[in-house]
Design a protein around this ligand. Structure first.
Ligand code: SAM
Ligand code: ZN
Length: 173
């Protein structure tokens, strides 16, 4: 079966110090180069919560307020997973809603991570194990609202979040 997602040939999935398995660079990757693109089925929050997460675990990425992309069967899981762990000091950002790009030059061997603040608008709160010096320790599904992160990630937010941020700043918050 063809994989549902795209992972650059310059990447490899292996054990991570952050969590479980992670995605790693096997060669240098240039700034703004495409690292991965998420594939799967487009499902709403209710379907994800009731039918997918209990069986397959955290396999989705959020692409809009109530929409997610995820595998729906065990057979599809491996080919849809990107294995990008969260980091508070990430090297990947979003282009559009499904494409992960390098936010800076990445060296071979580095773990490829993104900040959930750039993709998620959700109601969770998680203890972070990224180990970065600037680790927030607690990461929440509302971190996209933080002014410091809006400045830091600027053009690397998922498009639906970039729209929300632009609308909020037009309304003066
Ligand atoms: C899509 S998975 C990433 C791949 C995962 N490491 C694996 O082996 O399947 C996302 C899950 O990884 C874990 N995770 C990733 N980054 C994390 C972090 N910085 N702190 C704590 N847990 C993290 C959480 O359990 C999260 O729900
Ligand atoms: Zn962290």
């Amino acid at each position: 079966m063809l994989p549902l997602s795209y992972r650059s040939p310059k990447t490899q999935v292996r054990a991570s110090n952050i969590h479980g398995r992670g995605l790693f660079a096997t060669a240098d990757i240039g700034k703004d180069e495409i690292v991965a693109a998420k594939g799967g089925h487009i499902v709403d929050r209710k379907t994800l919560r009731e039918q997918i997460s209990p069986r397959l675990g955290p396999v989705e990425i959020q692409i809009d307020e109530d929409l997610f992309i995820a595998p729906v069967t065990e057979e599809e899981r491996e080919g849809s997973m990107l294995y990008s762990n969260h980091s508070c000091n990430p090297n990947l950002g979003m282009r559009g809603e499904i494409t992960f790009v390098a936010m800076r030059h990445i060296r071979a061997g580095e773990e490829l991570t993104h900040d959930w603040a750039t993709t998620d608008n959700n109601d969770y709160s998680v203890e972070c194990t990224c180990g970065a010096p600037n680790c927030r320790k607690i990461v929440t599904g509302k971190d996209w609202q933080r002014a410091d992160l809006q400045t830091r990630y600027a053009s690397y937010f998922s498009a639906y979040l970039a729209d929300k941020i632009a609308r909020q700043s037009m309304l003066g918050r």
